[in-house]
Design a protein around this ligand. Structure first.
Ligand SMILES: [Zn+2]
Length: 253
């Protein structure tokens, strides 16, 4: 999915400041949401702005959004009122746009984090919704001037605050990160697939090209042919080897 994303407001035209600074918080949140979406195969268009007027930053955001043929335009905000209002809410242009179901999941997910669910609201006047060609959502994560909200917001890790947003956009993204193994070993495809019966495959050249920085590489075989397996390696090394091996890669075990 191609998503336009913006952390509300601009360094030169700040948003709300309460117990937390909306602009600074949303820039952090933006980066985490972006990274999780990209890791999960989505394209994120940076719709942030450094403009120094409200109109400037809003327009720059929707201009970037509209020149990128997006499927969704999401802007991240913190609400602010009188210190007594609290909770999470999401704004859409119309309940019939595709953004409505995403917005519902956003507030439902944030309710699971502990925020009061103020629901999905409709506005045809908010700039981000009105001027965006793609279905837009203004997500007011919580109130930056509410002690009640900040008591939930502050202790919750960025990773979690972000995953609950990404899962609303793409329900295939799990709410909790699945623990990844720290080590593994790399298994290649069969050696010498181009040779009849895979008989007589050359090994040294293969090891030199792909595994010169690996200390131990083992030859394994079965009734079909032979392949190579590395020693146990850190997972990032395994992933590097996967890239290097290309079509010769079989698996990380
Ligand atoms: Zn805002």
């Amino acid at each position: 999915m191609k998503i336009g994303l913006r952390g509300g407001h601009s360094i030169n035209c700040r948003g709300a400041v309460g117990l937390r600074d909306e602009y600074l918080q949303m820039q952090d949140l933006y980066k985490h949401v972006r990274d999780i979406l990209v890791t999960n195969g989505h394209i994120v268009i940076d719709c942030n702005s450094n403009a120094n007027t409200v109109n400037g930053e809003l327009t720059e955001g929707t201009n970037k959004a509209n020149s990128n043929n997006l499927e969704l335009y999401l802007t991240l905000h913190m609400n602010s009122y009188n210190g007594n209002a609290y909770g999470t809410e999401a704004w859409v242009y119309s309940t019939s746009r595709k953004s409505y179901s995403v917005a519902e999941r956003l507030v439902n997910n944030y309710e699971k984090l502990g925020f009061h669910n103020r629901g999905v609201k409709v506005s045809t006047s908010l700039h981000d919704l009105r001027a965006s060609v793609a279905p837009g959502i203004v997500f007011e994560t919580c109130f930056c001037d509410s002690e009640k909200d900040i008591n939930i917001w502050s202790p919750t890790p960025w990773e979690k605050l972000s995953r609950y947003i990404c899962n609303a956009i793409d329900p295939n993204i799990p709410l909790e990160e699945t623990a990844e193994k720290e080590e593994g070993y790399v298994v290649t495809d069969y050696l010498g697939k181009q040779i009849p019966n895979y008989d007589g495959a050359e090994v040294v050249g293969v090891i030199k090209s792909y595994f010169k920085d690996v200390d131990k590489v083992y030859v394994r075989g079965n009734s079909i042919g032979m392949w190579l397996e590395t020693q146990l390696l850190p997972m990032n090394k395994c992933k590097e080897l996967k890239e290097r091996l290309g079509s010769f890669f079989d698996s990380i075990r």
